[in-house]
Design a protein around this ligand. Structure first.
Ligand code: SF4
Length: 394
């Protein structure tokens, strides 16, 4: 039966995802400090400072007052960026297809999630649901189970809902324009432009966190979100919009990194107003820390799991190991294993007990004994997956 189509929220309509997947690779830099202090930069970078200046304080190359503004400079910018992308782009599976379903899936998975974490999920998800019709016909539990480990499960629910709408009302075909794509559940401005440009060649620019940073440095000024969208549209190469969009994001992910832009090897350096000499990106908000205890009980080929409330704000309806109700002294006992796990802005230290002496479980924490072979088909939380993997159960 087709699920109801939740009304798209205003937030979804103006969505600007932060593609952490791209950001994760920014941290790999030759100038990163080592444990014994700052590492000496390699010879190629002698005299380089992240501020885009050499050791005497002069810019790396003459800096234009603005980024590319004349038609000639905009053409140079497009050409330099696309040539660099053609030679240097990472070989990612969603870059080998024009199938809007596969591109849509990759774009949703990459929101707030690292490329490395997405790769295997993307492959398995497409294996399990090779078409939008397959995805639409699946149960929500099956979809959540395939999504398990990627986090931000609302994305999976919206993905499912969108697939059902495309299958039921559009004959399984995605619309071909950004405007029409933006009408679908869970597809905001960024995602609709990404699908339209990459799958259908529509000249629609995208702006994510990487693009914003590149544009601010390129032009040497901060700008409002609307100005960023206008500027990205002005620079977009109309002959290759999908490649151009991906090239600009790739530049932000691998060269124009937040902390240490690699201006020396940047393909558009001669057109850049700052060459890295811009105010530092704000540090991300401080993460909270929390310590929790979990119970991992196994008997007769079964594991006890509890289901989160359907109304929970996070991971609603998913299955997980019960949190332990330890007596006071029990917390001082050595856990079976300790895991680190992050959810949104909280870093958890999770101690897992296997033989804890518990009080009677709270109502709602009794859970169910689930046969080990049935667990892979259940939507389980990322933390539970991590723990069960460590035991070799899945
Ligand atoms: S666009 Fe290129 S030159 Fe400009 S700050 Fe970024 S990496 Fe440096």
């Amino acid at each position: 039966m087709r699920a109801s189509n939740p009304k798209r929220t205003k937030a979804a309509a103006t969505q600007r995802p932060n593609r952490l997947g791209e950001k994760s690779e920014m941290l790999a830099s030759p100038w990163k400090s080592g444990p014994s202090g700052p590492r000496k930069p390699p010879r190629l970078n002698e005299g380089f400072s992240p501020g885009g200046r050499n050791s005497t304080g002069k810019p790396l190359s003459p800096q234009p007052a603005n980024g590319p503004t004349s038609p000639q400079n905009i053409a140079r910018f497009r050409q330099a960026l696309l040539s660099w992308y053609d030679t240097n782009k990472r070989d990612l599976p969603w870059r080998r297809t024009r199938d809007p379903y596969a591109i849509w899936l990759s774009e949703i998975m990459l929101q707030q999630t690292r490329v490395a974490a997405v790769l295997e999920h993307y492959r398995l998800f497409l294996e399990k649901f090779p078409t939008v019709q397959n995805l639409a016909a699946a149960s929500q539990d099956d979809v959540l189970a395939a999504w398990s480990g990627l986090g931000y499960y609302r994305r999976a629910r919206m993905l499912h809902c969108c697939a059902q709408e495309v299958a039921a009302q559009r004959g399984g075909r995605f619309p071909e324009t950004a405007a029409a794509l933006g009408e679908l559940p869970g597809i905001g401005r960024y995602t609709s432009a990404a699908i339209a440009s990459i799958a259908f060649g529509e000249p629609a620019a995208v702006v994510d966190g990487n693009v914003e940073r590149v544009l601010a440095r390129l032009d040497g000024k901060s700008a409002s979100p609307r100005q960023h969208w206008d500027r990205a549209q002005e620079l977009l190469a109309p002959s290759r919009p999908g490649d151009f969009n991906q090239a600009l994001m790739e530049l932000g992910a691998t060269i124009c990194a937040p902390r240490e832009p690699r201006c020396l090897i940047c393909p558009v350096r001669s057109l850049c107003a700052t060459q890295g000499d811009s105010p530092r990106a704000k540090e991300s908000a401080a993460q909270k820390k929390k310590e929790v205890w979990c119970l991992f009980e196994r008997r007769n080929g079964q594991v006890r799991l509890v289901q989160r409330s359907k109304e929970a704000s996070l991971m609603a309806g998913m299955w997980e190991l019960p949190q332990s109700e330890l007596s006071r002294g029990a917390a001082t006992r050595t856990p079976w294993r300790t895991f680190r796990h992050s959810i949104t802005v909280t870093n958890y230290t999770v101690h897992v007990m296997r033989d804890a002496k518990r009080k009677a479980p709270r109502p709602g924490q009794r859970g169910k004994w689930i046969a080990v072979e049935n667990i892979p088909a259940l939507p389980i939380t990322g933390l539970t997956r991590k723990i069960l993997r460590a035991d070799g159960i899945i």
